[in-house]
Design a protein around this ligand. Structure first.
Ligand code: ADP
Ligand code: MG
Length: 256
């Protein structure tokens, strides 16, 4: 297991009575209603819920990209007051700059001060197995490789919390399976806390230590399920099949 200095240890989260709404011409739209959630350092928490319920909003609040209307969000006991390199958010679209090579794109993840840290860039490239593609251009990459570049860029500063918004949602199904294994390997070897929105129940059960289910908008937590058992897990593990059926039933029940 990796030893961390305090500044690289996985982050814990405490969300208490978080409310959030958006102002629309037609009035205020409540998106999050009284969401309270504790995430222990090192957990891998998957968030599942109906489309439009408020999952991405919750991730943006944790990333510090928005402030809640009410309630508190703490990272290791400290109020989240804005973005911070210890909490990195990664989206479905890898958003690589087409005029920069793989190496150049990964270097963008470094703090400005360290932009010339060649060793850190090499380490990040190795971490995601892209050594042979360091000089390639984004248009030469498959979807899975582009997502690996985005992962390397996100991990280069050793974030303590990785926030993932449907990171594998656009990949074809075979690439998706490979990237699930990759994500698991990175989480188990790099020791960050992970908070991931996915609409794929099987993906959640395969990777997460805990699955949170949200109601339709305004998002409220309707189930909080701890996934026991050794990892890495296998897709055909019978206990996962049963949990999958339970979760789908709960989601269906929430939709009516
Ligand atoms: P999810 O990720 O669960 O699909 P989001 O958090 O993206 O849901 O959005 C929740 C609701 O808030 C949706 O109805 C969406 O249209 C609305 N919404 C999201 N962002 C904004 C915004 N910046 N302004 C107004 N409405 C928004
Ligand atoms: Mg979303």
């Amino acid at each position: 297991m990796v030893n961390f200095s305090v500044s690289e240890a996985p982050l814990g989260l405490t969300l208490s009575h978080v409310h959030h709404s958006y102002d629309l011409p037609s009035g205020s739209r409540l998106v999050l209603e009284d969401v309270s959630l504790d995430v222990a350092p090192g957990e891998f928490v998957a968030l599942i819920g109906p489309s439009g319920c408020g999952k991405s909003t919750l991730l943006r609040l944790v990333a510090g990209l928005e402030a809640p209307d009410a309630g508190t969000l703490l990272a290791d006991g400290v109020p989240i007051a804005g973005p911070d390199p210890s909490r990195i958010i990664m989206f479905q679209d890898p958003t690589l700059y087409p005029w920069r090579t793989v190496r150049g794109n990964i270097a963008l993840g470094l703090n400005i001060r360290k932009e010339k840290d060649a060793e850190a860039i090499d380490a990040a490239i190795r971490l995601v197995g892209l050594e042979e593609f360091a000089a390639a251009w984004p248009h030469q990459l498959s979807g899975g490789m582009a997502q690996r570049v985005a992962l390397a860029r996100a991990l280069i500063n050793h974030p303590r919390l990785l926030i993932l918004d449907e990171p594998l949602g656009k990949l074809d199904s075979l690439t998706r399976l490979a990237m699930q294994t990759e994500l698991y390997r990175l989480w188990s070897s790099q020791g960050f806390t992970a908070l991931m929105v996915t609409h794929d129940v099987e993906e959640a059960l395969l990777l997460a230590t805990r699955v949170i289910i949200f109601s339709p908008r305004p998002a409220q937590i309707i189930a909080d399920i701890r996934i026991d058992g050794a990892q890495p897990r296998h897709r055909d593990d019978p206990s996962l099949q049963k949990l999958r059926a339970d979760i789908l039933l709960q989601l269906e029940a929430a939709m009516v």
